[in-house]
Design a binder for this molecule. Structure first.
Ligand SMILES: *Cc1c(COP(=O)(O)O)cnc(C)c1O
Length: 437
């Protein structure tokens, strides 16, 4: 597999280079030079395969011989060791539960696959990999738990004091081993600024092999295609093969992976990009003008993104042709009040409790059906996180129905450890330098 930059289609880098650098120097994003279609025979019979087999087929089609077959199989079995069930809510509506991994969010797919790909390439006595990550909640947990115990790696997570939920904090601070958490007296933006400064610092780069675990890394995108194929397989088994997917979107990595799956040959009738009021993409599809904005805070805070970083990948997949894109992608936005109504509606009508991000994807299905009354497709809305991660949003009667999964209760008895730092780069730098192994 060779990759180019969305800013320079003549560039060629290896998969390994794209994985360790995340981003080309020209600030574009890496994309595969070739997106081969999966053989029709495989798609025809996809219901006969289970998630790990589907994942292997998709990954090997894209990666070609970057990782030998046996190693890639083992890597996938280790990374994707949890289920992604499409749960039936009524005859035409399914929810795809992507929260059965260790951090209870879909980011586990990307983080676990990426960490193992990195570890694979690091095997041959290379320098310890230092992953620096700033988090407002979900990313940090997925990255921490994704890299936990992965040889030759060390993760440093910066999170803003008092601004992550109790479960998120447990996931960040109870790991030990190769994971260290830093509680920053400041905001998420302060955390991100510290990490950015560290990447630009000569002395730190001379001492450490620094990398980000950024969501734009191509090795996070690839594993997210797996569950689209796997969902299609689950539906096909039930005789359903006209499918639309509704995806709660922030940085547009998740739906970007869905569209990559589409380009790889997955038959999907429509993708719906569901956003909160951070609606750069719905506005673009309405007006043709792409204008980013500073993000606004909402109940679905993992989608509070004013400048979705993966959008350029999606435009690239469609050769910048907005009309072609609009044949496959519809987009709707919903505000907090609507989100809360969506949560209640889903509970009342379909007896399902969903996190605020998921509720937005559900609302988008309802809206799509209103606007397209003749479309009889089966709708699948993606559930990107377990409801227990966002406890403050729910009315008491619905909150009472949310169970706490075993992964979380197991963490409650563990000691929490975070080093506390001011939002000050010199302090952060001496901290890093003092921890040389
Ligand atoms: C990250 C995240 C999203 C947004 O996904 P993107 O790939 O950035 O569009 C949605 N929901 C939850 C719960 C998330 O953690």
């Amino acid at each position: 597999m060779k990759l180019y930059s969305t800013n320079n289609k003549n560039l060629r880098v290896s998969f390994k280079e794209a994985v360790f650098n995340s981003m080309p120097l020209d600030k574009g994003l890496y994309m595969p030079v070739e997106i081969p279609e999966l053989d029709a025979d495989f798609i025809q019979n996809i219901e006969q395969y289970a998630l790990p087999e589907i994942a292997y087929k998709v990954a090997s089609t894209l990666l070609k011989d970057e990782i030998p077959a046996a190693d890639l199989k083992a890597l996938i079995d280790d990374a994707i060791n949890f289920d992604a069930p499409a749960v039936k809510l009524d005859d035409k509506t399914f929810v795809l539960e992507l929260f059965h991994g260790p951090s209870l969010a879909f980011k586990d797919f990307g983080a676990r696959f990426m960490s193992r790909v990195m570890a694979y390439f690091l095997k041959d006595g290379e320098q310890l990999l230092d992953v620096l990550v700033a988090t407002s909640g979900d990313t940090g947990g997925a990255v921490a738990l994704g890299f936990l115990g992965v040889p030759n790696t060390r993760v440093t997570i910066l999170y803003p004091e008092g601004k992550v939920s109790p479960i998120q904090e447990l996931q960040l601070t109870t790991n030990g081993c190769n994971i260290r958490a830093i509680e920053v007296k400041g905001t998420f933006d302060d955390c991100q600024a510290l990490v950015k400064q560290a990447f630009a610092d000569e002395e730190l780069n001379a001492k450490f092999r620094l990398t980000s675990a950024n969501s734009i890394n191509i090795s996070r995108l690839i594993p997210q295609t797996f569950y689209y194929f796997n969902t299609y397989a689950q539906l096909k088994k039930q005789g359903l093969n006209e499918v639309i997917f509704s995806v709660p979107s922030g940085n547009f990595g998740n739906i970007g992976a869905g569209l990559l799956a589409y380009k790889l040959g997955l038959p999907v009738k429509q993708f719906i990009a569901a956003t909160n009021i951070n609606d750069t993409v719905p506005r673009f599809l309405e007006s043709g003008i792409y204008q980013t904005r500073p993000s606004s805070q909402t109940y679905s805070n993992a989608m509070d993104v004013g400048a979705p970083s993966n959008w350029i990948r999606i435009m690239d997949l469609f050769d910048q042709d907005v009309e072609k894109l609009k044949e496959v992608v519809t987009s709707y936005r919903f505000n907090d009040e609507e989100t809360l109504e969506g949560i209640k509606d889903l509970d009342e009508k379909l007896n399902y409790v969903a996190c605020p991000h998921t509720a937005i994807a559900y609302l988008a299905v309802e809206k799509y059906r209103e606007e397209n009354p003749t479309d009889e497709s089966t709708a699948v809305f993606l559930s990107t996180a377990h409801a227990c991660k966002f406890p403050d949003i729910f009315p008491a009667d619905i909150a009472a129905k949310i169970d706490i999964p075993a992964q979380v209760t197991a963490l409650e008895s563990l000691p929490k450890h975070a080093d506390k730092l001011e939002a000050n780069f010199d302090e952060f730098k001496s901290y890093l330098l003092s921890k040389v192994d």
